[in-house]
Design a binder for this molecule. Structure first.
Ligand code: SF4
Ligand code: SF4
Length: 690
């Protein structure tokens, strides 16, 4: 081919690409620092599992498009080597990479290349069909997505034309031994009368060559301006992903003079968040099961990331100048330039407040995003800014924050009634639960939590759990009136300062009392103690009551159990902070199956794709005026199983779903109970206590 034209194509193609990449990445340098290259081996493992292995693409609710993506992705990796060969052959006929000659990998590669070319074409066809005919609700249906598929398909066609005509022109070309697609093309061309001597063959060969390269280079240069940019950023983004446990929020450092209290401007996000914005493939997997999105709230986690990305692009000229000023004149000059922004604010402007406050932090988006984008962290950062800098939050939260400040519970109920459940327990004939001051040596602290202490419905679970622990001879204490909120709700409501106040108070008290192991019946407390308290320098063994009860039954420490008194099947509703965030799916189901007479049925949305009750992320203390109610939606999903009892293991779920049952007038049809209550009710031995 023409080396001069090939060289021009390379210089222009890569030159423009370098400019576009600089435009995308240089602005990230004025965003906040974030160290993301520790633990290189596990990170490489993540790239293999989630990137190369495409682990998150074959989900139960959307495998069709996942399969198409896998075919295109793997195919593109293999076929790209051929594009490098084609470029080289623009200068030297027959050029190939080292070890890809006919004596080495050449024949095997020629076969693999054809196989994967077919895979890419099949993947494009499936994805096209899916987008045009199935039109999954989770996706954005833009012409751009279809154009990209046609673009990729055409690249494959051009390559096929190139190799088919090559085999006609060079009848003894050695790749013909294994390149079945090229041979098929050669036969088709021969059948239509084309020969090596026919000038049309050479022309078609040139069309295949230049068509392939022009499509490849134009595609490469289009990438930084479209959703397909994830082809460049996704593997680095996966390597640099957060390694903190899912469900853990970053700790805000109040000692640091330069600390930023949440995120009010795009550059206050870390550069990794900027990279994530570029990486979003607009696949919609995050919103496929988002309770806010599916019940008509203005929040879509996909739209959130896309809107941030558009804002980042709008601000790019200024951030570009700020990045250059930072290098030439220092950080002050850079910051002064950024202050010149006259466009909309990020928090409350680009991302509206209703969007920010609609999130239940259920975590579905995080656990289903193939690029592992951390939507909840984005949202909480925006909340932190609104609460701590602007003092702007839903008015209902004012009362909630006051309740935490004055009484250490969200209702603001008298803190000296927190331990009243203990007296109520004693009235059932159960032994008194000791306080650590009276029993300095103990195995477990049974941490009850705010709902378990103050909400009448969940107090029954607290008492049931205490009775079961007593029946099994577990050595535990409770703090009674001395217990404080764990800080979870304040933290997820963006009030990090208040949350850290509660956390530090608890840590001091736990330290004084020698707490090492904590049992809790609340998945929110569980997640906070297990995954977030270590950020503050203290690690505990934390056990959810379902794990404890399951183990106690397994050891024979609880029982015998009488038959379940419910009047029909039982469905277990997976709480987000127990299941999705902490992957405890089996213990609750095993408990239910241990109770004689329980017939367990499953909801369609269960385990990892369970649907939120609507109470997390401090939503339990906010009005829900937009769209349909999340708890009502979940109640309908659970009723659709035919269950007559909803079993759960979380106070928020209990309260939200119980409210939904009552609002719908279904109290006679379906009941809700915690698994601890179910086992407690079935216990033959201590029945007389109740
Ligand atoms: S955490 Fe849940 S509610 Fe919030 S955006 Fe993600 S899926 Fe939606
Ligand atoms: S955030 Fe993740 S799941 Fe959501 S659209 Fe983007 S890539 Fe897909």
């Amino acid at each position: 081919m023409n080396p001069f034209l090939t060289a021009i194509l390379l210089i222009v193609g890569f030159g423009l690409l370098a400019w576009s990449l600089a435009r995308r990445f240089l602005p990230l340098t004025v965003m906040q620092q974030d160290i993301r290259w520790d633990a290189p081996l596990p990170r490489a493992g993540d790239v293999i599992k989630y990137g190369l292995g495409q682990f998150r693409f074959l989900q139960r609710f959307e495998w069709f498009h996942g399969l198409a993506h896998i075919l295109i992705f793997w195919g593109a990796l293999v076929v790209t080597i051929n594009t490098i060969h084609v470029i080289g052959r623009g200068f030297v006929p027959g050029w190939h990479l080292p070890f890809f000659g006919h004596d080495h990998l050449g024949p095997a590669y020629a076969f693999a290349k054809d196989l994967f070319t077919l895979a890419v074409m099949t993947g494009c066809g499936l994805a096209f069909y899916n987008r045009v005919f199935n039109r999954p609700a989770r996706m954005l249906h833009t012409p751009e997505a279809l154009i990209i598929l046609v673009w990729i398909f055409s690249m494959m066609l051009m390559d096929w034309l190139y190799s088919s005509t090559l085999f006609v022109l060079v009848p003894d070309h050695p790749e013909q031994q294994t390149s079945f697609l090229g041979v098929l093309g050669r036969e088709m061309l021969a059948a239509s009368g084309l020969t090596a001597a026919d000038p049309m063959t050479a022309r078609l060969h040139a069309v295949g060559f230049w068509g392939h390269l022009l499509l490849a280079f134009s595609f490469l240069n289009y990438l930084p301006y479209c959703k397909q940019f994830h082809e460049v950023t996704s593997l680095p983004a996966l390597f640099l992903r957060s390694r903190k446990p899912a469900g853990t929020l970053a700790r805000q450092d109040f000692e640091d003079e330069d600390a930023i209290f949440g995120v009010g401007k795009i550059e206050e996000f870390s550069w990794k968040r900027g990279l994530d914005m570029y990486s979003c493939a607009e696949c919609g997997r995050c919103q496929a099961n988002c309770p806010a999105h599916l019940t008509g709230k203005p929040l879509s986690p996909m739209r959130l990331i896309m809107d941030e990305r558009e804002h980042l692009k709008d601000k790019t000229p200024l951030m570009w100048r700020a990045a250059l000023a930072r290098r030439r004149e220092g950080p002050e000059a850079s910051a002064a330039l950024l202050e010149q922004w006259e466009g909309p604010a990020l928090a409350g402007g680009v991302i509206e407040e209703d969007v920010i406050w609609s999130c239940t932090t259920c975590g579905h988006c995080i656990t289903n995003c193939p690029l592992m984008i951390e939507h909840v962290d984005h949202i909480i950062d925006l909340r932190r800014y609104l609460v701590q800098v602007e003092s702007r939050f839903p008015k209902e939260l004012r009362q909630t924050f006051k309740g935490f400040e004055n009484m250490s519970n969200p209702w603001g109920l008298a803190s000296n009634t927190r331990g009243d459940w203990m007296a109520a327990l004693s009235e059932t004939g159960a032994p008194a639960v000791p306080h650590p001051e009276n029993k300095p040596r103990f195995d477990y602290l049974f941490y009850v939590g705010c709902a378990g202490s103050f909400d009448d419905r969940y107090r029954k679970t607290t008492m049931a759990t205490a009775r079961l622990l007593q029946a099994a001879g577990v050595d535990f204490v409770c703090l009674g009136n001395d217990e404080m909120c764990c800080g979870e709700t304040a933290r997820r409501a963006g009030n990090e300062y208040l949350a850290q106040h509660l956390i530090n108070f608890n840590l001091e008290m736990f330290d004084t009392m020698g707490v090492k192991k904590i049992i809790t019946a609340c998945p929110h407390c569980f997640n906070t103690f297990k995954n977030e308290y270590p950020q503050f320098g203290k690690t505990f063994e934390v056990i959810h009551h379902t794990e404890m009860i399951r183990d106690l039954i397994g050891k024979g420490a609880l029982g015998p159990l009488r038959s379940f008194a419910g009047n029909g099947p039982v469905v277990f509703h997976d709480p987000c902070y127990l299941g999705r965030y902490n992957r405890i799916y089996d213990a609750p189901r095993e408990i239910a199956q241990c109770v004689p007479g329980v017939r367990l049925v499953e909801a369609e949305r269960r385990k990892r794709i369970s649907f939120c009750c609507g109470g997390g992320g401090a939503r339990m203390w906010m009005e829900e005026n937009i769209g349909t109610r999340i708890n009502a939606e979940r109640c309908d999903q659970l009723r659709a199983t035919g269950a007559k009892t909803i079993a759960t293991a979380c106070p928020y779920c209990m309260i939200m779903l119980d409210d939904a049952i009552k609002d719908k007038g279904l109290a006679d049809e379906i009941k809700i109970m915690d698994l601890a209550q179910m086992v407690d009710a079935a216990m033959v031995k201590h029945k007389k206590h109740k």
